[in-house]
Design a protein around this ligand. Structure first.
Ligand code: A2H
Length: 253
């Protein structure tokens, strides 16, 4: 990417009881799946968390926030950013295969859904962010495509042991208005480009380019404390507020 490090907002997605088997040994501790996002202003529209079933994640203890789950690579970066008690050092408490996290119930900041679930996404890259993605299908074409794949393919859900109630009730939430694209911009471009699945990479890249800049410059929030204001004017404030309330932190790579 560009010249300097990329700043991400790291969203803490808190694992709710009952913990999945692979996290049972942390029963009395707070565990967060941590997701790196460039769009903190969209967190009102989170409907689920994405995990790659075949990526190996790790759990490690942070200084202030309990246990984090992410890729080993991300944990190492965090260890150099003051997340652990010794600079550059982190202790791997366990290795976890992504598929064992699927179906975990999560609580995450700002969204209207009290409980959302960890679901499979096959296009997650191991070498970017934390390997965990928070899903906002209203405004991310990738997220919408992956959610539709799960909703329309029972065999896909079955393969990963995903129950209907973890997927079917979750609809994209109108959270920001973009002139020309309306209040569900990802759905609009998905339909317009006739995207078929999360593997439609070329069209999804095109879709992302269409909504991304326009959303930043002309998008207006429809919900929350900054309702009615332009994204570019409130993005930083919203990030600051998320951090102050304990739902997020900053992560660089
Ligand atoms: B974004 P960049 Cl609403 N693999 O967050 C695949 N995708 C990943 C990832 C990984 N390992 N880590 C993060 N991401 C996603 C919100 C969002 C995002 C919206 C719209 C667009 C968008 C909700 N998902 O990203 O390569 C995360 O999804 C469009 C680029 O570092 C993160 O922000 O530029 C973004 O990609 C980081 O991508």
């Amino acid at each position: 990417e560009g010249a300097g490090p990329q700043e991400y907002t790291l969203i803490k997605m808190e694992v709710l009881e009952p913990y999945p088997k692979c996290l049972k040994s942390f029963k009395d501790k707070k565990v967060n799946l941590v997701a790196a996002t460039l769009r903190p202003e969209t967190m009102y529209g989170q409907t689920n968390c994405w995990i790659h079933p075949e990526i190996t994640y790790i759990a490690f203890e942070t200084l202030k926030d309990g246990i984090f789950v992410c890729t080993r690579r991300a944990a190492r970066n965090m260890a150099y950013q003051g997340f652990t008690d010794k600079d550059g050092e982190f202790k791997v408490l366990s290795e976890i295969l992504g598929q064992d996290l699927l179906g975990a119930a999560l609580k995450t900041p700002l969204t209207s859904y009290a409980k959302i679930y960890a679901l499979p996404m096959l296009t997650i890259r191991e070498d970017k962010g934390t390997g965990i993605v928070t899903s906002v299908p209203s405004d991310s074409p990738d997220d919408y495509a992956a959610l539709v794949d799960l909703q329309k393919k029972p065999a896909f859900r079955e393969k990963y042991g995903i129950k209907d109630e973890m997927v079917m009730p979750f609809k994209p939430v109108p959270i920001l208005e973009i002139p020309e694209f309306g209040n569900l911009s990802a759905v609009y471009v998905y339909d317009q480009l006739k995207i078929q699945s999360q593997n439609d990479r070329e069209k999804l890249t095109q879709a992302k380019d269409m909504v991304y800049l326009k959303g930043f410059y002309d998008g207006v929030l429809l919900v929350g404390e900054f309702k009615g204001q332009k994204i570019q004017d409130v993005k930083k404030n919203l990030q600051t507020q998320l951090i102050k309330e304990g739902g997020a932190t900053i992560y660089y790579e």
